[in-house]
Write a protein that binds this ligand. Structure first.
Ligand SMILES: *Cc1c(COP(=O)(O)O)cnc(C)c1O
Length: 414
């Protein structure tokens, strides 16, 4: 099996059109601003209604080099441990360089920035997976990387910060003193938020034409790149599952994993009985407790507004083991699918998630990312009620080998 020739774009098949992004009132156009900060090809991909987008050959080469296609694994150890008669499979994104799915979009985005003639790529990061993926993609393509990292993670996830620096990236704790939006919120003990870090990265990008801003999640084009996961999965699945499960920060690994199958369902071509489950953190429960309305991607309103499930753009979740899930909103297409009942959502407490992580580590020999452990917690809950023959497939979005802050301490639940 070779790397997919194309990504899938769910915009072609949504049950109702995606509400367009709009500008916040009384401010300079943010939609126009996007064209100044994003790689131009990313904007094209964000706006197209084409169902499939060809993956550039350079990107397919990079995908091959990093171990794509990734395996689909039968989780027999987990099945035994749960005492379930359900069959459980997971898609192994944890074996990618950098340890998460994020490199799937970092590579094409950095490549597009280079096509624009940029010399520096800029981004924000929570747990550090996105910052690390961007740093890897940038160093591979000979670009400079600057990363604004939420201060709570900058301090607790220093391994990822050091690896970014090893790759030549500059990493600022956010809020920082480098930008005006950072200075307005600055204090030494502010934990930061993904939203605030986005505002900082955008402001910094605007300071120079040679910089491009690379978004890690939530933007439709990012979700499109991640569908390399689900496109592979379509030819790996031994049968149509009863459940597909993934965790949600902004929605990119979920979309990448599920959208190709959801597309079949929306077109009436398959997966009619499959239930699509989003597993979120009860500390950032936008899909289970948020409102569906226009809101900003970040508190500074540097970016346009989009219609999404949101907890409010000023929502600052508590510092969380799964820092990658500390985001106040879910991607517009995922929010729309939730609104239409195509995707269902469940929220999980940190205790339940750490229990699931420990169980998976012990039974499968793979330490999951704390984010991915939300999907495992959902699988455990579903499997406990599942009849014989039920098939559950989930996305293992990353490994937890660098998440020693989450799993450290004698009980692992400190
Ligand atoms: C960033 C991250 C997430 C959450 O982001 P999504 O865009 O919702 O996928 C989940 N798992 C891992 C391992 C991550 O690094």
């Amino acid at each position: 099996m070779d790397v997919s020739l194309r990504w899938y774009n769910i915009a072609a098949d949504l049950p109702s059109p995606l509400p367009p992004m709009i500008d916040p009132e009384g401010l300079e156009s943010r939609i126009a601003l996007l064209t100044r900060i994003l790689p131009s090809r990313l904007i094209e991909e964000d706006n197209t209604l084409a169902r499939y987008i060809n993956i550039p050959e350079e990107v397919r080469d990079a995908y091959r080099g990093m171990g794509r296609p990734t395996p689909l694994v039968r989780a027999r150890g987990l099945e035994m441990r749960l005492g379930t008669r359900a069959r459980i499979y997971y898609k192994m994104e944890a074996s990618l360089p950098g340890g998460s799915h994020k490199i799937n979009t970092a590579i094409p985005q950095a490549y597009y920035a280079k096509l624009d003639g940029a010399v520096e790529v800029v981004t924000e990061t929570g747990a550090g997976q996105w910052g690390l993926a961007v740093s890897m993609a940038a160093s591979r393509l000979g670009l400079k990387a600057t990363v604004f990292m939420t201060r709570s993670s900058y301090e607790s996830k220093s391994a990822r910060r050091m690896l970014m620096e090893f790759l030549g990236a500059t990493v600022h704790p956010s809020p920082s003193k480098v930008t005006s939006v950072g200075r307005r919120s600055y204090s030494d003990d502010h934990p930061g938020s993904l939203g605030l870090a986005i505002s900082e990265a955008v402001e910094y990008t605007l300071d120079s034409d040679a910089r491009r801003y690379l978004p890690g999640s939530a933007l439709e084009a990012v979700l499109v790149h991640q569908t390399v996961i689900g496109q592979e999965l379509l030819s790996q699945l031994p049968e149509e599952p009863d459940y597909m499960v993934a965790c949600v920060g902004g929605g990119s690994n979920l979309a990448g994993f599920m959208y190709p199958a959801i597309g079949y369902k929306l077109r009436g071509e398959g997966f009619q009985m499959t239930r699509f489950i989003a597993a979120e953190s009860s500390a950032a429960p936008k899909l289970t407790r948020g409102e569906y309305r226009y809101d900003g991607f970040e508190p500074g309103l540097t970016l346009p507004l989009a219609k999404m499930y949101t907890l409010g753009r000023d929502y600052t979740p508590p510092p969380l083991h799964a820092a990658g899930l500390r985001y106040h909103a879910a991607a517009p297409s995922l929010s729309l699918l939730r609104k239409h009942g195509v995707v269902e959502a469940m929220a999980f407490s940190q205790d339940e998630v750490l229990g699931a992580a420990r169980m998976f580590s012990a039974s499968e020999g793979v330490i999951p990312a704390p984010e991915s452990a939300h999907a495992i917690a959902a699988v455990a809950r579903i499997a406990s009620k599942a009849g014989p023959g039920t098939v559950i497939v989930f996305n293992l979005s990353g490994h937890g080998l660098l998440d020693t802050d989450a799993y450290g301490g004698s009980h692992g639940d400190a």
